[in-house]
Design a protein around this ligand. Sequence first.
Ligand code: ZN
Length: 419
Amino acid sequence: MDPWPSPSLPNLPGSGPAVRVTDTTSRAPVTPVNGPTARMYVCGITPYDATHLGHAATYVAFDLLNRAWRDAGHDVRYVQNVTDVDDPLLERARATGVDWRDLAAEQTALFTEDMTALGVIPPAAYVSAVESIPLVVDAVQELLARDVAYHVDSGTDSGRDVPGDVYFSVHSDPSFGSISRLDEQEMLAVFARRGGDPDRPGKRHPLDCLLWRRERPGEPSWDGGPLGRGRPGWHIECTVIALEHLGPTLDVLGGGSDLVFPHHEMSVAEAGQLTGKQPCAGATVHSGMVAYDGAKMSKSLGNLVLVSRLRAEGVDPMAVRLAILAHRYRDDWEWTPQGLAAATARLARWRAALSRDGGPAADAVLAGVRAALADDLDAPRALAVVDAWADAQLAVGGTDPAAPGLVARTADALLGVRL
Ligand code: ZN
C-alpha cells in the first residue's frame, strides 16, 4: 500500500545522542540500536474506528523515536501494517451494511490524512494483511511442518480430506509469556477479551492462537494452497510482515500497551519458531492508553475522540500533537478539553516568540531537546526546554539573529511541531 506523504525534515547542526527507551520485556531502559540501521515495526490499525486519540498518541510516540534516531545518524527502516481483514472489521461492516472493503479503504484513507496532518513520518513499508496472505500461507505451512501448529476440525468431503482451521502451539516457544509476565489465569482472561478463543474444543491448549481460518459462508477468503481457502489469524500477519521487511531481528517492536498480550507475545513466539532466533525483537516498547471521560478510549464504550473530528472543528493539528507530547509516551493519561486548551495556548506562545527578529541564544534549546528525547523520549521535558526559551524571548528578547530559526527547526525536526 502507498503510505502517506513524508513531511520535510529541516537540517540541524551536529547530531543527537544514542536513544534509550523502556523495554517492556526486561522492564528496564535499553539502547536498542547500536549499528547504523534502526529497524522498527509498529503495529498498525484495524481500519474501522480510525483515528482516535489513543491511535494518534501511539504513532506520535514512535514518530518521536524515529526522529530521535534519524537525528542520531541512524538510517531508520520503519514498517507498519494495516489489519484490513479481521473479525472486528467484518463485524462492523456487517452491522452497518457496508462492504468490508469499502469500510477498510475509507478508514485507512482517514487514518493517512490524520497522520499527514499530525506530521508523522510514514513507514518505508506500509503493508496490509490482505497483501501478505501468500507470506502467511507459506509461514503456516512451515509451522505445520515443524509440528508447532496443528489443524482443528478437519473433515472429509466426498471422500477427500478437508483441512480445518490451523492453530499455533504457543507453548512450543519456551520464552512464551516473557513479555507480559502474566500467569496462566490472567493470560486466559485477557486472551478471551482481546479476540482469542480459549474455549474452542479441539485445541491442544486453550491459549493456542489461530493462524488460518478456513472459509466460512459470507466471509471473505483467499486461496491458501494446501491450507484450503480461508483468511489469516491476527498475530501471524504481523509476524510475516516484520520478517519479510525487516529480517529475523528487529530493534524495536512497538504498539499500544493493549498489544502486549496476546498480540506481541504470540507474534514474537511465532517469529521465534520460524527463524530459530529468540527473541526476535531487541526491545518491545509500548505506549500508554488514553482515557476520556474516565475510561480507556474505545469504540465499544463510545468515548472516542477522533483526530478527524477535531480537525473538522478547526483545531490545529499541531495543538493536538502538543497535547499528546505533554505526556510521557508510556504513561496512561486522559484527554481533556483543558489539555487541548493548554496545548493551543502553548502553540500560540511559541509562534509569538518566533515571530520576533532575533532572540536569546538557542544552542541550549537544541541540546536540551536532544537530551530529553534520548532519555526515554521525555517529551514533557523537551516541551519545557522550548517553553523556557519562549518565556525568555517574550519577557526579555535577545540579539542572536539565528535563534528563532534554530528553535523552529528544532521543534520541527525533533518534535514534529511545525511553527
Ligand atoms: Zn501487530
